[in-house]
Design a protein around this ligand. Sequence first.
Ligand code: NAD
Length: 331
Amino acid sequence: MVLQTKLTQLLGIKHPIVQGGMQWVGTAELASAVSNAGGLGLLTALTQPTPEHLRNEIRRCRTMTDKPFGVNLTLLPAMTPPPYAEYGDVIVQEGIKVVETAGNNPGEHIKKFKAAGIFVIHKCTSIRHALTAQRLGADMLSIDGFECAGHPGEDDVTGLILLPLAARALKVPFIASGGFGDGAGLAAALALGAEGINMGTRFLCTQEAPIHNNIKEQMVTASERDTTLIFRTLHNSARVFRNKVAKEVLAIEGKPGGAEFSEVAPLVSGQRGKLVYELGDPDHGVWSAGQIVGLINDIPTCEVLCKRIVQEAEQTIRGRLENMIVSEAKL
Ligand code: NAD
């Protein structure tokens, strides 16, 4: 049995599961593994140092899977603003069929991708931004709840509220992001109107994720209370693992009068975060993690994980939920 939804039908994939576009993690190794497992793998464009490196990574990924995969392009404040348009051009030139945009002002990018016939999933954390993206031509939304890793926006609304709101407000289909990592979560997302789930942190803790095993082990032992929000005072909130460096950032942000970004920049730079994954030192820099870490207890392959999630979702729907519906006459 498989779960068939608009996501699986529109993208021609087996399972209604999309891999989140994670900085330093969305390489061909992980994207191809997720796609080979029946989900939609995503290369993270900005993980590649230049647009030409992205071109090579797309070509490398094609040698590792014959299944559909996409590219994530995240548009957020960055220390060195990346040449987004040139990354977008490479995505178009390489014939990518699915793009996930995320972050601020996606308009010109959505326009370019739609002109090239690309299926655009826009990830956002509010209904008003979802409606804007729909108006701009996005084919699907990825509705990201406050539980998520990375940037949850500034509204602090959880998926339990955002998803039913999306179901009422949107004309285009949507998937659920932030706080997903197991089959009960998938069943819940489908019940709330979503066509599937997007998982970042859960895929970070798989065999194929290209990061040091120490970080995966750290996630296995972590609880749901082990994340924190930095950059609140800078209006660029980011949910990260609550480690030594994150606490230092919070202390600087919390001083009277607040802090300028430049005061925390050396602590939070992406280049330093990258070393966390390479060295396997969880305290070397800040690294993104969602509240789902509290539900992660193992380091499976993507294949095992996707299969298990879909089976659990099916058991939840057919077993637990269906069994609750009984005829009044039997009471
Ligand atoms: P970076 O080193 O440029 O910045 C590190 C962090 O500081 C990021 O969270 C960034 O948003 C934030 N930041 C940078 N300048 C800021 C400013 N002036 N004010 C407030 N916050 C600021 O980041 P990087 O690791 O080299 O990544 C490049 C870009 O790609 C960043 O915008 C990052 O957020 C984004 N990205 C995020 C994800 C994700 O999973 N959340 C995925 C892909 C890309």
